[in-house]
Structures are given as structure tokens and as C-alpha cells.
Design a protein around this ligand. Structure first.
Ligand code: NAP
Length: 320
């Protein structure tokens, strides 16, 4: 039984994060830190979780991943509370909005919420030595990153680098994050690219972390029962999502989606740096490691890591 363990789950006010927190409580975790962008929403989630699970184990933390100062404040607050984290689920993120949203820091919001804020949070947690021995880190990926889902085509950063930046991959990646010309916002493609970056980040961080800690990207799969739809463009809300709900195998429950995070968090710690999702061309069902060539692009993984560290405020893996 996991009854003395602590978990931190980001993006817990609704959907997969909320469900993951509930499932962790049912596994008897004794402390579950849940996050939301503002105190009333996260307090409301904590009270709904307590009444659903019958357990008083939820602790709230305000965290806005679009705002690096908020991430720093949250990390300082965590450190001041003490204790260590056994399971870190970096779930928060937004569905692709119909038109581009830029953060006050000048970054595109899909990649900021999914990756950049999570990078800074993870680095601060490492710096403060808040991870327990044998911790498992899971970050939310998506089947969209595979490149085999209609209307979701990840940007070929090598082609952008060669065509516009004299082959400089870091400039091409940063250009996409800042959505500056020649980058063009296309909801599905921008989201797919952000989730490729998530998979690259997990691969690179896995190489830096000491043995015994795992970090993997995991797609929860097609889960239309969450609140993500509120951000989605009209064609997704009106056509794709209703269609997904009708076609057998094209969607599953929020419980199944959240269960994938916990399935991978339970894997042996030597399973690390990987991206798990539904089988190629599938959106639900059993998960497996994704082996498309672009996921094992070491040069791009390193470049992505460097850019992410830079745009998050110059924070890289803490010196050991
Ligand atoms: N649903 C799917 O089919 C599906 C498929 C593949 C991947 N995913 C991924 O699964 C994750 C969870 O999505 P969901 O479907 O559960 O959506 P959801 O119901 O909309 O939940 C998203 C959560 O993330 C939080 N969040 C969003 N932007 C944030 C930010 N800048 N800072 C802090 N928190 C933020 C939201 O908080 P607020 O209350 O403040 O908005 C909310 O708690 C996302 O990373 C998504 O990309 C979902």
C-alpha cells in the first residue's frame, strides 16, 4: 500500500488532473498536493475531491504555469512546507485555442502551460531537493505528437532551421515557442509540436537525472469528457469531438485517461525518457512506447532542452 506517500499533480481543477488526484487518494496516498491557477478554484476542487474520495489528504497550491514568477512562488511555498514528493504528475495544459494566446512573457500558451512552466517547476523542485528517492515523474503528452492524427501535424524544426535559420535548431525551436515569423499559428499543428517538445524534454531530462528516478511522457489518450473542449476551435468542438465519441475506440473515460499516468508511474524506474501513447493510429486502448523516428532525435532533444531552459529564465538542471 502507498499509505505514506506524497504526490503532486498539476492542473487539478478539472479533467484528468482532478481524476488522477482522486485515483491517488484511492491508492491511499497520505498527501496529495493539487494545483490551480487561483485559490477559489483549487479550494473548490479540494473540497470536491474530499467529498468524492472520503479522504482529507488534499493540499492546495496556487500555480500558474504561464507566469514564471508564479512558478517560483509555488516552488518556494512547497519548500517551506517541507516533506518530499514520491510521484510528480505534470498534467496541466490547454487544448489548442482557435487563435494564438501569448503569455505576458511573450511565449505561445500551449507550449508554456504544457512544458515551460513545468520545466521551471521541476528544476526548482530538484534545486530544493524535494524529490523522494525513487520518484516517478510523468508529463502529459498526446497522440497528436505522433504525426498520424488528422489536423495535427508537428512542425519539422529541422526544415525550419535549414530554410530560415542557417541550420540553427535552437533558433527554429525558439521561433516556434515565440510564434514569431516565419512561425504561423495553426491550432492543431502548434499543439502537436508542443507535445513533441514534451516528449523530447522527458528524453533529455532522463539522461540528466540520477539513476532511480524516472521521467516519462504519457498521453492520456482521447478523453473528451474533460473540460479541455472549452478552449478548442470550432471544428474540433463541432465535428471531431462528437465524432470521436460516436466511433468505437476513438475515445475513453476520464478514469481510463488518468489511469495511464498512474500505470506509467508504477513502471520500474529504469523505464525512463520514453513517450507512451496509444498504438500508432489508435487513440485509446493499451499504451506502448512510441518509436517514430522524430521521438529519438537526440540533436533536437538537446536543442529543445537548451531553449526551454533559456526561455524559462535561464534555469537548467541544477548542479549535482
Ligand atoms: N482530454 C484529452 O483528450 C487529452 C488528450 C491528450 C492529452 N491531453 C492532455 O491532458 C492534460 C489535461 O487536460 P484535460 O483534458 O484534463 O483538460 P482540462 O479539463 O481543461 O484540465 C486542464 C487543467 O490544466 C490547468 N491549466 C491549464 N493551463 C494552465 C496554466 N497555464 N497554469 C496552470 N494550470 C493550467 C487547468 O486549470 P484552470 O482551471 O486554471 O483552467 C485545468 O486544471 C493536458 O496537458 C492536455 O494536453 C488531454
Amino acid at each position: 500500500m502507498d499509505n505514506s506517500k506524497t504526490a503532486l499533480v498539476t492542473g487539478t481543477t478539472s479533467g484528468l488532473g482532478f481524476e488522477t488526484a482522486a485515483q491517488l487518494a484511492n491508492r491511499n496516498y497520505s498527501r496529495i498536493i493539487i494545483t490551480g491557477r487561483n485559490e477559489p478554484r483549487i479550494a473548490d476542487a479540494a473540497s470536491r475531491l474530499a467529498s468524492r474520495t472520503g479522504r482529507a489528504v488534499f493540499e492546495t497550491l496556487v500555480l500558474d504555469l504561464d507566469d514564471m514568477a508564479s512558478v517560483d512562488t509555488a516552488a518556494t511555498e512547497l519548500a517551506s512546507r517541507g516533506g518530499s514528493i514520491d510521484t510528480l504528475i505534470l498534467n496541466a495544459g490547454i487544448a489548442p485555442p482557435p487563435s494564438v494566446i501569448m503569455t505576458p512573457g511573450g511565449l505561445e500558451a500551449t507550449v508554456t502551460s504544457s512544458l515551460i512552466g513545468h520545466h521551471l517547476l521541476t528544476m526548482r523542485i530538484l534545486e530544493a531537493d524535494l524529490l523522494a528517492e525513487g520518484v516517478s515523474i510523468v508529463i502529459a503528452g498526446s497522440e497528436a505528437a505522433r504525426g498520424d492524427v488528422p489536423t495535427f501535424k508537428p512542425v519539422d524544426v529541422h526544415a525550419v532551421a535549414n530554410d530560415h535559420f542557417g541550420g540553427d535548431l535552437e533558433k527554429a525551436i525558439e521561433n516556434q515557442m515565440r510564434m514569431e515569423a516565419p512561425a504561423k499559428y495553426k491550432a492543431g499543428d502548434t499543439y502537436a509540436t508542443a507535445k513533441v517538445y514534451v516528449a523530447w524534454w522527458a528524453a533529455e531530462l532522463a539522461r540528466l537525472l540520477p539513476e532511480g528516478i524516472s521521467v516519462n511522457a504519457v498521453s492520456p489518450g482521447s478523453t473528451p469528457g474533460t473540460d479541455a473542449i472549452r478552449n478548442a476551435p470550432f471544428y474540433m468542438r463541432a465535428f471531431m469531438i462528437p465524432l470521436f465519441k460516436l466511433i468505437p475506440g476513438m475515445s475513453h473515460s476520464v478514469a481510463d485517461g488518468a489511469g495511464r499516468y498512474l500505470e506509467v508511474a508504477d513502471y520500474e524506474r529504469n523505464v525512463t525518457g520514453k513517450f507512451f501513447a496509444s498504438k500508432p493510429k489508435k487513440m485509446t486502448g493499451p499504451i506502448e512506447e512510441m518509436e517514430m523516428d522524430h521521438f529519438s532525435d537526440r540533436e533536437a532533444q538537446r536543442a529543445l532542452w537548451n531553449v526551454t531552459s533559456r526561455v524559462a529564465g535561464g534555469v537548467a538542471y541544477p548542479a549535482v
